[in-house]
Design a binder for this molecule. Structure first.
Ligand SMILES: [Zn+2]
Length: 382
């Protein structure tokens, strides 16, 4: 599901008619939406603007009232209920939707490990489904069709407490061992090429985060890790390509770097995001822990305002199989933040903070030295 361009208040046309229908299907447009004889008559009015924002809020995506690629795809995914269509695995075009998320929730609740609940029918979901099918005596074809839906309906026993996917996450880290040596970490400088991202006070986001990414890369490599950047100075891969790159590299961690900006010079500070959604009641527990460590180290070592950590379902967080965090490091529109980010020494301090957070993730909890105190050389000697 893709859309050629973004739609916002004042737009009209067939895509707007479709958006209106999807929002109405979610109960977000009051009354019944008119069927447009002429699709060009469908208008993106104030009611649609409010409905889009409410939808975005609910789904944990950026709330801007604009229907771009991610919101359009989310609207499509939200219309599917379990049983609406036959679900199966496709390597090149994985199916995604709320029905897939519902299937994953059911499988996990019954103890069939399909990884995390991300609403994407991947290889792990297929494997878990086959196992379920074998257990209930349905042909184990890995396809969720009528027989499987019926079996699922008959087995609606609820498991209370425990998050199987959270346990799996922890296990992966545990098995990975306590040193950085040999681990693959993907560093993702946002934007790039002709997309310079946010700008302000003679800085542009694409340039700042690429410089910072190189500094982090250097530190991680010095401790024996393998760090790769998702782009050079020039490229600007899509969010999905960046996620695919990290998945193909079988990375242990991914760190996406951005800066923010606002029309007002007042908002400032740093915030870190990880994969999670209140709607499905699921989240990446390692992502949350890693985000907490990153945020803690940056706030302890700098005087940036603590914007805390938050769960989001942005494509990059959702489509990557490893714990992924996105750091919004300061506002280029805030004079104080911009002055700090312009300073190479400050960027070094931030790079150090992030590299130490990576290292901490692999330390057993009782080795957790005081925040803001660890230096990388000390860690590598240990
Ligand atoms: Zn950005």
């Amino acid at each position: 599901m893709t859309v050629e361009r973004s739609y916002r208040r004042g737009d009209h046309g067939p895509v707007v008619a479709e958006v209106r229908a999807r929002l109405a299907g979610q109960g977000l447009l009051s009354g019944s939406d008119p069927v447009y004889a002429d699709p060009d008559a469908a208008v993106f009015d104030d009611a649609v603007d409010v409905a889009v924002r409410t939808f975005q809020q609910r789904r944990g995506i950026t709330v801007d009232g604009i229907v771009g690629q991610q919101t359009y795809r989310s609207l499509d995914e939200a219309r599917w209920r379990l049983g609406d269509r036959i679900l199966s695995f496709s390597l090149n075009r994985p199916m995604s939707g709320d029905d897939v998320a519902a299937l994953q929730q059911r499988l996990l609740a019954m103890g069939f490990d399909c990884g995390r609940v991300d609403g994407i029918f991947g290889a792990e979901t297929e494997q878990a489904l086959r196992e379920f099918q074998r257990n209930v005596g349905v042909p184990a074809d890995g396809t969720a069709g009528p027989a499987t839906f019926k079996a699922l309906g008959q087995l609606t026993h609820t498991v209370v407490g425990g998050h199987p996917h959270a346990l799996r996450d922890d296990e992966t880290i545990h098995r990975a061992g306590p040193t950085l040596s040999g681990k693959v970490v993907i560093i993702d400088p946002g934007h790039g090429g002709s997309d310079r991202g946010a700008s302000g006070h003679d800085l542009d986001e694409a340039g700042v985060v690429h410089d910072l990414a190189s500094r982090i890369e250097g530190r991680l490599s010095a401790t024996g890790g393998h760090a790769y950047l998702t782009r050079g100075q020039d490229g600007n891969p899509s969010q999905l390509d960046r996620a695919a790159f990290a998945n193909a590299a079988e990375a242990e961690l991914m760190i996406s770097l951005h800066c923010d900006r606002q029309p007002s010079p007042r908002p400032n500070g740093v915030a870190t995001y990880y994969y999670g959604s209140d709607r499905f009641g699921h989240f990446s527990s390692m992502g949350e822990r890693f985000a907490g460590l990153v945020q803690r180290e940056i706030v302890a070592r700098t005087d940036l305002l603590d914007g805390r950590t938050h769960a989001k379902t942005w494509d990059l967080l959702r489509r990557t199989r490893m714990p992924t965090v996105r750091i919004e490091l300061g506002y280029l529109s805030a004079p104080g933040d911009a002055a700090r980010l312009a300073d190479a020494t400050f960027r070094d301090v931030v790079a150090e903070a992030i590299a130490v957070a990576v290292q901490r993730l692999y330390l057993p909890p009782d080795d957790d030295a005081e925040t803001g105190r660890l230096r990388l050389p000390a860690l590598t000697q240990a």
